[in-house]
Design a protein around this ligand. Structure first.
Ligand code: PAF
Length: 281
């Protein structure tokens, strides 16, 4: 596996692959990779001739009080894992390759509506940063397919919408959330949890499953959402939301709607903010 930092060198490699008629799969990441990321690389490997993964901790998607500085940077470890998962090129640009005029002076994309709820309401500007960097990375890598984890469900929806709205020639695909044995969704942020909080954290997944089961039994959506938030609070979390939405566009379903729904939770344990979701199928 080759590691490329420079945009021109990346383009030259991509041109060479294109000349040979190869298709390109892309997995954008912020590094500190775990089995969930590697499963996305393997999916890309199965669906495209060549696989590019990026590691770029994107400054524009972090708010002023978020963990940009302390976000773990583990490039050597990521390189080893990516090579093993079948990645051909790791693109690891520095900020100036992605934001030539500076991150604070960049063109910024805003995907309306979808970004104004749930995560977007609690992390102002977050999805503008995500949409902007993903669009830039797509322009640099020019992939045929790009694969994102379902764990960041709203992010997946935002990117699907952006790609469609901007007519980008990329097929967006998703891979399932990988979980620890006790149900906790794999996330780079889990390592910030104290032992006591790590023991509590799987309750998020239990509560998501309860939300699904209660809706299937015909309970009213708002009551289920409130009960889930109270359970989280009683367990020691500080919930930002526990919501049931239409999976297609994250709009609010009618009280008796049961098809095509997703439950989403964001909650803090100590200084760590965890998110998870569960599709009702
Ligand atoms: O999900 C992530 O790791 C990031 O939000 C992404 C998609 C790589 C954009 O920086």
């Amino acid at each position: 596996m080759q590691t490329i930092q420079d945009a021109a060198a990346l383009r030259a490699t991509i041109r060479g692959w294109r000349a040979q008629g190869h298709t390109i799969g892309f997995v954008p990441t912020m590094g500190n990779l775990h089995a969930g990321h590697h499963s996305l690389v393997k999916l890309a490997r199965a669906r495209a001739d060549r696989v590019v993964a990026s590691v770029f901790v994107n400054p524009t998607q972090f708010g002023p009080n978020e963990d940009f500085e302390r976000y773990p940077r583990t490039l050597a470890q990521d390189q080893a894992g990516l090579a093993e998962s079948g990645c051909d090129v790791l693109f690891a640009p520095d900020v100036s390759a992605v934001y030539p005029f500076g991150a604070d002076k960049s063109v910024s994309l805003h995907v309306p509506e979808l970004t104004e709820t749930l995560e977007g309401a609690h992390r102002l500007g977050h999805f503008d940063g995500v949409a902007t960097v993903v669009c830039k990375l797509f322009n640099l890598v020019q992939p045929d397919i790009a694969i994102f984890g379902q764990k960041d469900f709203q992010q997946l929806k935002v990117i699907e919408r952006m790609v469609r709205d901007l007519s980008l020639p990329v097929k967006v695909m998703s891979g399932p959330t990988l979980r620890a044995e006790d149900g906790l969704a794999l996330s780079s942020r889990n390592q910030y949890l104290s032992d006591a909080d790590r023991a509590l954290a799987p309750q998020i997944y239990e509560i998501l499953q309860q939300m699904r089961d209660l809706i299937a039994k015909g309970h009213a959506r708002k009551v289920v959402e409130q009960a889930a938030a109270s359970k989280l609070e009683r367990a020691g979390f500080v919930p930002d939301y526990a919501a049931i939405r239409r999976a297609e566009d994250l709009s609010e379903p009618g009280e008796s709607e049961q098809e095509g729904l997703v439950a989403l939770v964001a909650a803090r344990l100590g200084s760590t903010r965890l998110i998870d979701n569960l599709l009702f199928d």
